[in-house]
Design a protein around this ligand. Structure first.
Ligand SMILES: [Zn+2]
Length: 72
């Protein structure tokens, strides 16, 4: 997992690990536009959906206090 302190520009997407400037903030972590789209488009029955949900639930456990924040 990338360290947030070492980002030159933008933030590291917690899903794809790439530096992105826009997306949604969930628990102070960035999920980039393309990953958000993928999550939305992924069928619930797909293994990918479980993969994303695992990532997201891991975040929630770490940062329960922070509410989701939309960035546009
Ligand atoms: Zn991403």
């Amino acid at each position: 997992m990338a360290l947030r302190e070492h980002q030159p520009a933008g933030e590291t997407c917690v899903i794809c690990g790439q530096i992105k400037k826009s997306g949604i903030h969930l628990c102070n972590q960035l999920i980039c536009d393309s990953c958000e789209k993928k999550i939305v488009e992924t069928e619930v029955t797909s293994w990918k959906y479980r993969y994303y949900m695992n990532k997201l639930s891991a975040l929630k456990l770490k940062n329960v206090k922070e509410p989701a924040e939309r960035v546009k």
